[in-house]
Design a protein around this ligand. Structure first.
Ligand SMILES: NC(=O)c1ccc[n+]([C@@H]2O[C@H](COP(=O)([O-])OP(=O)(O)OC[C@H]3O[C@@H](n4cnc5c(N)ncnc54)[C@H](O)[C@@H]3O)[C@@H](O)[C@H]2O)c1
Length: 244
């Protein structure tokens, strides 16, 4: 029970890694506010777990709604201790086929949405003098380039965002880190062509995809006091596929 008494916001909590993280945090004693595009998917995440947890619908690309969510959390619980930015979208667009809309959508969710949630997280932690932990999610594709250009660009940018923001608020005791997952068995991976998946797995020295719970356990480490001197880091969880 490493998160007893903590208040956590998890985006993308309706499936995949966000779901595994939200469930683990709740099992570790946190009050979890899970958000996703559809509230029902988050309610499913919490089913049978803990009635303290809250499910909300939120589009992370809407900065006003992101602000309202954090305002609600602070009003209800007094502070937010942990934020995980797991909401994200992939793409299969080749560079020359990437429309302006696709570029804006992928960078909008993966980078701008992460920024909006990070900004509100830090604002609320500063206002309530909470030594919190923010965990962003990048991708090993940003290290290897094995993915669409706009996806890789958005995920590489999240690592830069993490390094800068972490330095800025380190003296306040607010820690910001990024998990850099390799291929992980979630609904997102089911959306890409089979031959891509096979090729991707061949490139993983451990010879398999991660399970979402293997990402969640690293998120728990970064969320709790076990990582009290860790900030500004991009931590690869990718079966040895690439190094930072
Ligand atoms: N699965 C992988 O192999 C893999 C590898 C590396 C990185 N990642 C990254 O990990 C994160 C989680 O991925 P996943 O595999 O769990 O994906 P997923 O598609 O299974 O889940 C992502 C969740 O984010 C939600 N979401 C999408 N847009 C949103 C928005 N605008 N506002 C709020 N919620 C939104 C979706 O509804 C979905 O529930 C993503 O950022 C992804 O890019 C995934």
């Amino acid at each position: 029970m490493k998160l007893v008494g903590k208040v956590a916001v998890v985006t993308g909590a309706g499936q995949g890694m966000g779901r595994a993280i939200a469930r683990l945090f709740a099992q570790e004693g946190a009050i979890v506010i899970g958000v996703d595009l559809k509230r029902e998917s988050v309610e499913e995440t919490f089913s049978g777990i803990d009635e303290k947890c809250l499910a909300r619908s939120l589009d992370v690309t809407n900065s006003e709604d992101v602000k309202c969510l954090f305002d609600e959390a602070v009003l209800k619980y007094g502070r937010v201790d942990v934020v995980v930015n797991s909401a994200g979208i992939g793409s299969v667009d080749a560079l020359v086929d990437t429309s302006d809309e696709s570029w804006a959508r992928v960078t909008g969710v993966n980078l701008t949405g992460t920024f909006y949630c990070l900004r509100e997280a830090v604002r609320s932690m500063k206002a309530t003098t909470t030594p919190g932990s923010v965990i962003n999610i990048s991708s090993t594709a940003a290290l290897t380039g094995e993915g669409p250009a706009h996806y890789c660009a958005s995920k590489a940018a999240v690592m830069g965002l993490t390094r800068s923001a972490a330095r800025e608020v380190a003296a306040l005791g607010i820690r910001i880190n990024t998990i850099v997952p390799g291929p992980t068995n979630t609904p997102m991976m089911k959306g890409i062509p089979d031959e891509w998946t096979e090729a991707i797995i061949k490139g993983v020295p451990m010879g398999r995809m991660a399970m979402p719970e293997e990402i969640a356990s690293v998120a728990l480490f970064l969320a709790c006091g076990d990582s009290s001197f860790v900030t500004g880091q991009n931590i690869a969880v990718n079966g040895g596929m690439a190094f930072i």
